[in-house]
Design a protein around this ligand. Structure first.
Ligand SMILES: [Zn+2]
Length: 252
């Protein structure tokens, strides 16, 4: 697969049509997003699987979505992203796997929307899932944000739900808050804002929390203010501030 160098000419119409998050960004953020996306397109290797064809739509949508995560950081946070392999739809990998019900192991092939292989291994994404999530916000689900969050987590060599953080106080608070929230989820008292899959392990907790942080920021900020706050400090973004104010009928 040939490497691509830059955004295609019609990138803006692709984004306006297919990336709903574009609508909540201001002009400065849009410019940053486009620059980061262009870097992701040029610096990463893109491949298609299962007879799929990589169109500009596919590459631009994935790169723009991924760039949202690092709008407050920089492209070095995607240092472990090497190859992005796009499947047309959910794919399966043989072998036993943990299900969303804790402790259960299902022996069948696992249907996957995405997967981030360890260290500099490839990332796999199912295009139909990517496209749906990019167009429909507010469900707390976004496979691109989930898998790229795993890659950010891997930056320090371990998938432990704690991405690299220089500031010791920030790190201590991160560990405190995330450990408490993971324990609450595991004891059935974690509320409903996070998908139950977050209880799988600390790595999945971070990936799911990231999806929720960007896709349901107002709900997360009101139900999990501490978690919202540590994520906001790490990502250096306040996605709740980008959301339209709630309808006036809800205020008293
Ligand atoms: Zn995951």
């Amino acid at each position: 697969m040939a490497r691509r160098k830059q955004l295609p000419e019609d990138w803006e119409s692709i984004v306006r049509r297919g990336v709903a998050y574009w609508n909540v960004l201001d002009e400065h953020e849009r410019q940053q997003l486009a620059e980061l996306a262009e870097f992701i397109i040029a610096a990463k290797r893109w491949e298609a699987a299962n007879g799929f064809v990589l169109t500009d739509d596919v590459v631009v949508t994935i790169a723009m979505e991924a760039a949202v995560l690092i709008l407050g950081l920089d492209a070095s946070y995607f240092g472990k992203v090497t190859t992005i392999i796009v499947h047309p739809t959910t794919f399966s990998i043989p072998g036993p796997h943990a299900t969303e019900i804790m402790g259960m192991v299902d022996a069948g092939p696992r249907p996957l929307l995405g997967e981030a292989h360890h260290d500099r291994g490839p990332m796999l994404l199912a295009w139909d899932q990517v496209r749906y999530a990019a167009r429909h916000r507010g469900r707390g689900r976004n496979v691109v944000w989930h898998e790229f969050a795993h890659k950010v987590d891997m930056l320090d060599g371990v998938v432990d739900g704690t991405p690299p953080m220089q500031d010791r106080q920030m790190l201590d608070r991160w560990i405190d808050v995330c450990t408490t929230e993971l324990e609450l989820l595991r004891s059935g008292q974690g509320g409903h804002v996070l998908d139950p899959y977050a209880a799988t392990d600390p790595g999945e907790f971070f990936a799911v929390a990231t999806e929720t942080f960007f896709d349901l920021p107002l709900v997360m900020r009101s139900e999990k203010p501490e978690l919202y706050d540590v994520l906001s400090n790490f990502y250096r973004q306040d996605p709740a501030s980008r959301e339209p104010a709630p309808a006036s009928s809800e205020t008293q």
